[in-house]
Design a binder for this molecule. Structure first.
Ligand code: C5P
Length: 410
């Protein structure tokens, strides 16, 4: 039985043009399962991707597409469509639709409804990463945010176009749903919770131009930071060098080395929850060369001596005075996953270990999907293969439950 978290709430869903439009079918189903009444407006471009027939079948209502449909204008015009809703959700919001919203253009029914809206608006952008990064889109997004428009996503990941990757994928239906619930019901299960999250690799210098690194992309830690912030937590994200944008509403501290990461993590305490998702280098070079190490032609190759880096998770997990109430670590292993993760619970003073197999064939390191197993003193819970954003949502829900907070429906 799914909790009726959106009982009798009226959602006006504006479906824009884009390949992600098909995800709206799932979103409509999930909204209705939670008791919401869903009315849909589709742009002309949206009808190229999903048919009004299938949308109408799921929303159990007629679908509105035309501005100058006389019947509509007499019976239920764009002003009424905009007024008879508790929330307007735009998904997928293309760059073109965001631009029209930002400048107040209204050439069709969807944009006329948005211009007439006096209720909160939440948008889920989806576009090619180049379009998302374009200064024009950046300006439009800033204008819309300043106008109070809420955003969910876009996420980092593979695009529909072959070989394209970056920020631009529409948020998953579950994330959009969580954002709708947060907006309409004030369900912010981590409100008032201070959270420290580490993410990304560390870079350990060899000389002024060379360093030792690893394949961590930071995607999972960033997704957890974004999900925790959406759930109302005050998040400090201590990030190693990655190419991801700062998640909305998160205080980001950027560092390079493990020692800098430790210092920044300690400075972020006290916190109620710590999630250590960073892939911290275990060793650093004992003596960083002050000048670039040169080939001297003698054929003698340099040898590097290493020293162990501080273990940030263990330092915080065993901290006498500043240990957060809940400490979550990660275990990226290529063998003996559960045995190693279970050992880490004690060794590092963690309450949960999120264990994943990072053998190259899994594609997890640097990829967008993750298959994790949650190891705690209560046992092992296997989660199915999911997007990193979905793993983040579910982890936030698990953390909220562990803290005794009511979490939004999973
Ligand atoms: O021992 P191992 O590196 O496998 O442990 C992984 C967990 O410990 C992760 O949560 C990682 O963020 C954390 N860690 C750390 N500092 C280190 C090494 C690992 O916080 N120096």
């Amino acid at each position: 039985m799914i909790a009726q978290t959106l009982d009798a709430k009226r959602i006006l869903l504006v479906i824009g043009g884009g390949i992600a439009a098909y995800k709206c079918l799932d979103l409509i189903r999930r909204l209705r399962e939670r008791g919401a009444r869903v009315r849909v407006v589709m742009t002309k471009a949206a009808t190229e991707f999903v048919t009004p027939l299938s949308v109408g079948a799921l929303s159990n209502d007629r679908v509105f597409t035309e501005l100058f449909d006389l019947d509509d204008e007499r019976e239920i015009g764009h002003i009424r469509l905009a007024r008879d809703a508790d929330l307007i959700v735009v998904a997928p919001a293309s760059a073109d639709l965001l631009a029209k919203m930002a400048t107040g253009l209204a050439p069709d029914l969807a944009t006329a409804v948005l211009l007439a809206a006096a209720v909160p608006v939440l948008v889920a952008p989806a576009m090619n990463p180049k379009m998302w990064e374009n200064p024009a889109t950046r300006r439009n997004v800033a204008l819309l945010r300043a106008d109070g428009v809420g955003f969910v996503g876009p996420n980092a990941g593979e695009m529909a176009e072959r070989g394209e990757a970056g920020v631009g994928r529409m948020a998953e239906p579950m994330e959009i749903l969580a954002a709708i619930e947060a907006r309409l019901t004030g369900a912010r299960p981590l409100a008032g919770i201070r959270m420290l999250i580490t993410a990304g690799p560390t870079h350990e210098p060899i000389d002024p131009v060379r360093y030792i690194a690893n394949r961590s992309s930071g995607k999972q830690g960033y997704a957890i930071a974004a999900a925790a912030a959406r759930a109302g937590a005050a998040v400090t994200l201590v990030s190693g060098p990655v190419t991801l944008p700062d998640p909305a509403g998160v205080a980001v501290v950027r560092v390079e080395t493990a020692r800098e990461m430790l210092a920044a993590a300690l400075a972020a305490l006290p916190a109620d929850v710590a999630v250590m998702a960073a892939a911290v280098a275990d060793w650093r070079v004992r003596a960083e060369a002050g000048e670039k190490i040169k080939k001297d032609g003698s054929g003698v190759v340099p040898s590097l001596a290493f020293v162990e880096n501080p273990d940030i998770l263990a330092t915080i997990g065993h901290h006498a005075s500043l240990r957060p109430g809940l400490v979550v670590g990660f275990a990226a292993e290529t063998q003996d996953l559960i045995a190693n993760a279970t050992r880490k619970l004690e060794k590092k003073g963690a309450d949960f270990i999120v264990a994943n197999d990072v053998s190259p064939e899994t594609g997890i390191m640097g990829g967008d999907r993750n298959t994790v197993r949650i190891v705690s003193r209560d046992g092992v819970e296997d989660w199915p293969d999911m997007g990193k954003d979905a793993v983040a949502e579910r982890l936030v829900t698990a953390i909220a439950q562990r803290l005794g907070r009511a979490a939004h429906g999973a």
